[in-house]
Design a protein around this ligand. Structure first.
Ligand code: GLP
Length: 241
């Protein structure tokens, strides 16, 4: 495990964007695992800049997002599809046919989850997975639990997650209570992982993820077992290390 402590959010974002950019330069047809939330926005901005400066090309890149809210369609401004399009995809030359995000409106959720896994396998697996972390230590939407959920699955969102994410909605009542998320095994199969965290409210989860017991009760702790994981933190997120 590598830990990179940066001075602030901007430095964290630049560092993460550089790692993603070098992945694409070294392997133009890379398969990227992407995250949503407020944390990676700065990284996406940096990547857009690097693309506009002509240093990277997304034409051959394939992406898989970690998760999507259950019940929200692509046009819903709170959906992760909408987020990805508005914050990243519309600014770069990615082929939207190579963009994969779980379908939150799928009628048959089980087959949607199986199909998502099949698509990842058929692309040769994820080369680089970008992660954020919840204040409760969740990765993707793998919430604290008594077991690690293996593959892409439907999840009941934790009360804490609903509270944390309610800032993006008009009211807490509008926050979906379920989501489709890659599982822990899906994430752990990625060849390389970077986890971004910024802010004091993440410091406890970061401390436990790095130094705590490996337990599904703190899902990010499983990353201690991954052979190529880098935590990219700002000062505040790293303050308890
Ligand atoms: C969300 C997402 C996660 C994300 C996390 C942190 O619920 N499902 O993938 O990493 O919560 O979000 P933020 O970066 O806004 O703190």
């Amino acid at each position: 495990m590598r830990i990179i402590c940066t001075d602030n959010y901007e430095q964290m974002s630049k560092k993460a964007a550089n790692i993603v950019a070098s992945q694409i330069i070294l392997k133009p047809n890379s398969v990227l695992g992407l995250a949503t939330g407020s944390t990676p926005i700065g990284m996406y901005k940096q990547l857009i800049k690097t693309y506009k400066d002509g240093h990277i090309d997304f034409e051959e890149v394939t992406t898989f997002n970690l998760d999507e809210y259950y019940g929200l369609n692509k046009q819903n401004e709170q959906s992760y599809y909408y987020y990805m399009y508005e914050n990243f995809f519309k600014y770069i030359n990615i082929d939207m046919n190579k963009v994969n995000i779980p379908d939150g409106t799928a009628v048959n959720i089980d087959s949607e989850c199986l199909e998502y896994e099949r698509k990842i396998r058929n692309c040769g697996g994820i080369d680089l997975q970008v992660l954020g972390i919840g204040t409760n230590g969740h990765i993707g939407f793998n919430e604290p639990d008594i077991k690690f959920e293996a593959l892409t699955h439907i999840v009941e969102l934790d009360e804490q997650t609903i509270k944390d994410n309610s800032r993006f909605f008009n009211s807490i009542k509008d926050v979906p209570t379920k989501a489709i998320s890659m599982g822990i095994k899906t994430i752990m199969r990625a060849k390389k992982i970077i986890l971004l965290a910024s802010g004091i409210e993440k410091s406890d989860a970061i401390y436990k993820a790095i130094y705590g017991k490996i337990t599904p009760n703190l899902p990010a702790s499983v990353l201690q077992l991954h052979p190529d994981v880098t935590f990219i933190l700002d000062k505040d997120a790293a303050s308890k290390l």
